[in-house]
Design a protein. Structure first.
Length: 151
C-alpha cells in the first residue's frame, strides 16, 4: 500500500516551491516549516504576484515589435519541431526592480538565439511595475513566465 504524504509534508512542499519562486529557495533547507511560513511576508508574495502578472502581460503585447519578433521566432521553432517540450515550459527569470518600479535588470537562461535573448531582455527591462517594491523585499525576484502563445 502506498502511503499518502501528510498534510504537513504537502504544506512544506508548497512553501518550498513558493520560496524558490521568490528566489529564497536556500532558506528552505535551513529552517523548519513553521519558521519558513513566517520568513516570507505576505506583502512580498503579493508583490511577486503583481510583478509576474505585469511582466506576463508585457510578453503578450502585440503592439511591441520585440514581442512580435520573439513570438515569431518561437512559432518557427515549434513548427520546425525543435524542442517542442521546451516551448511549453515556463521560463525562469530573475528580475531586479528599482525603487521607481522600473525593471533594472533581468537574467535568464539563453533561449539559444541572440536576437531572441535580446528581445526578451528588452521586453522585460522596458517594463515599469505599477508599484515600487517593498523596501524590505529581497531581490532579485525569481519568477516563472510563459513564453507561449496566449500567455
Amino acid at each position: 500500500m502506498v502511503k499518502k504524504p501528510s498534510r504537513f509534508a504537502l504544506a512544506g512542499a508548497r512553501l518550498r516551491r513558493l520560496l524558490a519562486w521568490l528566489g529564497l529557495a536556500g532558506m528552505a533547507a535551513a529552517l523548519p516549516v513553521p519558521v519558513l511560513a513566517q520568513s516570507v511576508p505576505q506583502h512580498w508574495i503579493s508583490y511577486a504576484q503583481l510583478v509576474g502578472g505585469q511582466l506576463q502581460q508585457g510578453l503578450s503585447d502585440p503592439a511591441n515589435e520585440a514581442v512580435v519578433r520573439l513570438h515569431s521566432w518561437m512559432q518557427a521553432r515549434i513548427l520546425s519541431g525543435a524542442e517542442p517540450q521546451q516551448a511549453a515550459q515556463p521560463l525562469r527569470v530573475r528580475v531586479w526592480i528599482a525603487a521607481s518600479g522600473r525593471v533594472s535588470q533581468a537574467e535568464f537562461a539563453s533561449l539559444g538565439q541572440a536576437q531572441a535573448d535580446a528581445d526578451l531582455r528588452a521586453v522585460l527591462t522596458a517594463q515599469s511595475i505599477t508599484e515600487a517594491p517593498p523596501p524590505d523585499m529581497r531581490q532579485p525576484l525569481v519568477l516563472e513566465l510563459a513564453l507561449g502563445f496566449g500567455s
